[in-house]
Design a protein around this ligand. Structure first.
Ligand SMILES: NC(=O)c1ccc[n+]([C@@H]2O[C@H](COP(=O)([O-])OP(=O)(O)OC[C@H]3O[C@@H](n4cnc5c(N)ncnc54)[C@H](OP(=O)(O)O)[C@@H]3O)[C@@H](O)[C@H]2O)c1
Length: 298
């Protein structure tokens, strides 16, 4: 039986992976995150509370487990916090990943690491896996350095880059685009959405499925994984409001230049998905399909 360790199992992707992998009898699942386990829907989860500053403990547990696959879903994901707290961001998003890659190499475990469209400058989306990375903010740099550390470590790796992930899990600490728009409009609050940033929103269940496909097929290298619709953030708002039958007149368009965010954003990302479709059997979802799946598990 293949052993899989999910690191960062208390986040949106981590919890979704725990839910999905625990339903697969062919895998033995282990989960690691800081604090208490949040995915309490899974009984008898082999859960380890970890502290990133105690790599010795993490290494010891991984040594005992002898995993076949380690999925790293742990990251500092608030782009503006990363800009303001660069030391923390680098420690979590780059240095920890470099250390984890070295441990996985020693243990001959296949590392599946999650990266981002924010490694690109957003001047010329859609991007393929071979396009040149040029981040416009510190989060993007921290994730690009992590990719380089993984690639140079000698570990067997898959790097799955993704874009604007949405979904819902228990005890969420962080909001995402769909929940934020849905909850704001339900309260009758008007919100400002930029109409000059374009993304391909990704349902977290679809990203988790891609991680599992990567495990099943033992894919190696970089893969682009996201939803199939490229749209502005404002158009996402319109579609989300329409889907939930909410008042679209509460959505106001604003240009990015009117926002005072610490971190710059790439204007237009979006991925070419051919590699993941051909080599992995990945099936990208439209925003509507993703919302349908999300609501089945709400
Ligand atoms: N969300 C997106 O739109 C998006 C887009 C592109 C790429 N990605 C990538 O996708 C991956 C998964 O993201 P996600 O959406 O699942 O993010 P998430 O919900 O924010 O989950 C990240 C997890 O990392 C944990 N973490 C952060 N700092 C930590 C630390 N110092 N010690 C222990 N745990 C720590 C968080 O713990 P706490 O919850 O306790 O803080 C959280 O559980 C990340 O690699 C991210 O960069 C995400």
């Amino acid at each position: 039986m293949k052993k899989i360790v999910v690191i960062g199992s208390n986040g949106l992707l981590g919890q979704t992976l725990v839910q999905k992998i625990s339903k697969r009898p062919e895998y033995q699942l282990y989960a690691m995150a800081s604090g208490e386990n949040r995915e309490t829907s899974v009984t008898d989860l082999r859960y380890f509370s970890i502290d990133l500053t105690d790599l010795k403990f993490i290494k010891m547990q991984l040594n005992l487990i002898e995993p076949d696959f380690v999925v790293n879903a742990l990251a500092m994901t608030n782009v503006d916090s990363c800009e303001l707290q660069q030391d923390d961001c680098k420690r979590i998003n780059t240095d920890f990943v470099a250390e984890l890659a070295a441990v996985c190499r020693e243990l001959k475990a296949h590392l599946i690491h999650i990266s981002t469209d924010f490694i690109f400058d957003g001047k010329e989306g859609f991007y393929s896996e071979e396009d040149e990375a040029q981040p416009v903010n510190y989060y993007g740099w921290s994730k690009l350095w992590a990719e380089e550390a993984v690639i140079n470590s000698g570990v067997v790796y898959s790097i799955l880059r993704t874009i604007v992930v949405y979904g819902k899990v228990a005890g969420m600490k962080k909001n995402n685009i769909v929940l934020w728009i849905k909850e704001s409009l339900e309260k009758g609050q008007s919100i400002n959405l930029v109409d000059d940033q374009f993304r391909m929103p990704t349902y977290v269940g679809s990203l988790a499925d891609a991680c599992i496909l990567s495990i099943e097929k033992e894919t190696v290298g970089i893969y682009h994984i996201c939803g199939k619709d490229l749209m502005s953030i404002y158009d996402m708002g319109l579609e989300i409001a329409d889907y939930f039958g909410l008042d679209t007149s509460l959505l106001q368009t604003v240009p990015t230049s009117s926002l005072t965010q610490p971190a710059k954003r790439p204007p237009k990302t979006g991925f070419i998905l051919d590699k993941a479709i051909d080599k992995m059997g990945f099936q990208p979802m439209s925003l509507r399909e993703g919302l349908d799946e999300m609501m089945q598990n709400f």
